[in-house]
Design a protein around this ligand. Structure first.
Ligand code: FAD
Length: 515
């Protein structure tokens, strides 16, 4: 249903003349999405509290050598205490150039980071990304809006009668004209926006981390006009069912728990999954393991004639893993077997999880936790828009600028600067999306996959915000992103350090744009 993102379906609007409404807003999570959401909400004059369960900001980018080390299954949903949140590994370098990852108005360039940069490489370390998020937080004075060590354990709509009473009158410009965005006219007649439905308000139950020496744990509730969920989706491991794994004598782990390769020294290892993490991690492990079998589902190359790859020539490409044997061998889709192996590492991705949303009638995960539904354009649950929004769900995207545009749109809808989608559009558009998904037999796992369609999605968001359509889909951003993908495929071992991975024209266009 990506044609919905075609920019011609959207109208831009004149901004600046409307009176504003300023709401109390809660953001769940102080990762990249939560931080940029706070920045955009503040820019619209809203009051903002960011609740972060951990003691620091940065989410995924906060590396720790600790891991859950639990074998399967996943130890439970994201609000469980004592879990290691991040899936970051020690030697990770980004797979996107820093320019591409940049937020729209804060370049990810060493010079712009206020002395925090310690790694000037284009494809930099995770600590440099964290330093960028810290610099961003300071540049927009977000720190005192963040409440650390506070887990949102429950978010529920307040009962009828406690609604906002908010109206879209604020969407009426001072000269009496209606604000137009997204092809709709807002109604401004004293009724709430999103047609005639009231905007729900939200009650959050909060749990403070236990202080040292204290037996008490502080729990409380707070009410907000709007809730932006930015809780990430790279923590709950996806463990595939593989026949025979109970009898397999070796170690079985998931990339969520992978930190560095030393424990695989001298071993034979099967890495399952050959997308970004699988490709990188198999190379790391191959630096110390004897042999690594890298499995990619559906790969139909010729095992016999396919040369072993990797820095030590010990990575053997194989099709998908179908079973594990009690003698330690792994069986692949083409019927071939490995030598007995010591370990299997699943690099098979993650599940969506919003355990604190008590709104199964409104929105929730599908049965296999592969997507969150129903949603209007990956963002608004149709019956709770626009005061409940779930940000940064799409995958195979450039997440920072995409989340920023989503946040900008939500913030401007809430302030009345741009008109929200009508109730009928919310309903019809999301119904069409799921119908098409079913008719085309797409996996629910691909519901939030955007890939190439991210640029059209960004354009649609930008226009909906009243911004130039290409603000996040500039030719240089698209070109650099595509060049990084091609480099990753062609030269996984050194694309990050080669001068010819990203062309100089795109780099200078990016820098000119930032300037
Ligand atoms: P997160 O960073 O996951 O932040 C979510 C926050 O919400 C966390 O701080 C968490 O503690 C908090 N939280 C969750 N539940 C609650 C709750 N109930 N109450 C309070 N707080 C809560 N992206 C790139 O652009 N480039 C890359 O090179 C890249 N590499 C990656 C490598 C790995 C190994 C992984 C896992 C991801 C990578 N990504 C990369 C994607 C990365 O996840 C995004 O860039 C981005 O960090 C996502 O931000 P987020 O805010 O959506 O989620």
């Amino acid at each position: 249903n990506f044609r919905h993102f075609h920019p011609t379906t959207c109208k831009s609007m004149a901004i600046g003349t409307q009176s504003r409404q300023c709401l109390s807003t809660a953001v769940v999570g102080a990762g990249a999405a939560g931080l940029v959401a706070a920045k955009e909400l503040l820019a619209e004059g809203h009051r903002v509290t960011v609740f972060e369960q951990g003691p620091v900001l940065g989410g995924t980018w906060v590396y720790t050598p600790k891991s859950d080390e639990a074998s399967r299954p996943s130890p439970g949903p994201g609000v469980a205490e004592g879990r290691v949140y991040t899936s970051m590994y020690r030697d990770l370098r980004t797979n996107l150039p820093r320019e591409v990852m940049s937020f729209l108005d804060f370049p990810f360039l060493p010079d712009a980071m206020g002395g925090r940069s310690h790694d000037t490489r284009r494809f930099c370390s995770h600590s440099e990304v964290l330093a960028y998020l810290e610099a961003f937080t300071d540049a927009f004075s977000l720190r005192h809006h963040i409440q650390y060590d506070t887990t949102v354990t429950l978010a529920e709509p307040l009962p009828a009668g406690h609604e906002n009473g908010l109206t879209d009158a604020a969407a009426v410009s001072s000269n009496g004209q209606r604000a137009e965005a997204n092809g709709h006219t807002s109604h401004g007649n004293g009724q709430a926006a999103c047609e005639d439905l009231p905007w729900p308000r939200w009650r959050l139950s909060l749990r403070q981390a236990q202080r040292k020496g204290s037996k008490q744990r502080h729990v409380s509730t707070q009410d907000f006009d709007a809730l932006l969920v930015c809780n990430g989706h790279y923590t709950d491991a996806r463990w595939p069912e593989v026949a025979g794994q109970e009898a397999f004598p070796g170690r079985i782990s998931h990339s969520h728990n992978y930190r560095e390769p030393s424990s695989y020294k001298g071993q034979r290892v099967v890495c399952v999954g050959a997308s970004a993490s699988g490709t990188d991690i198999s190379r790391e492990i191959a630096s110390t393991a004897d042999e690594v079998y890298l499995c990619e589902r559906g790969w139909d190359g010729d095992v016999q004639s396919h040369p072993a790859a990797g820095p030590r020539g010990n990575i053997h490409k194989r099709p998908g893993l179908i079973s594990l044997r009690s003698d330690g061998r792994a069986e692949f889709e083409d019927g071939s077997f490995s030598q007995p192996v010591d370990a299997v590492l699943f690099c098979t991705g993650y599940l969506y999880s919003v355990p604190f949303l008590s709104t199964s009638a409104v929105v929730g995960c599908d049965a296999s936790q592969s997507s969150i539904e129903p949603l209007y354009r990956h963002l608004f649950p149709p019956t709770a828009a626009p005061t409940l929004a779930l940000l940064a769900l799409p995958w195979r995207v450039v997440p920072f600028p995409l989340a920023q545009l989503q946040a900008r749109w939500v913030a401007r809808v809430l302030s009345g600067k741009v008109a929200p989608p009508t109730h009928e559009e919310l309903r019809a558009d999301s119904a069409a999306f799921y119908k098409e998904q079913q008719e085309e037999g797409r996996r629910s796992r691909d519901a939030h996959y955007l890939g190439e369609h991210q640029w059209g999605y960004n354009e649609w968001l930008a226009r909906s915000c009243g911004e130039p359509a290409d603000i996040a889909s500039t030719p240089w951003r698209i070109a650099m992103n595509n060049q990084a993908s091609m480099g990753r495929r062609a030269a996984p071992e050194d694309y990050r350090d080669r001068d010819d991975t990203i062309d100089a024209k795109a780099i200078s266009a990016a820098h000119a744009d930032f300037a």
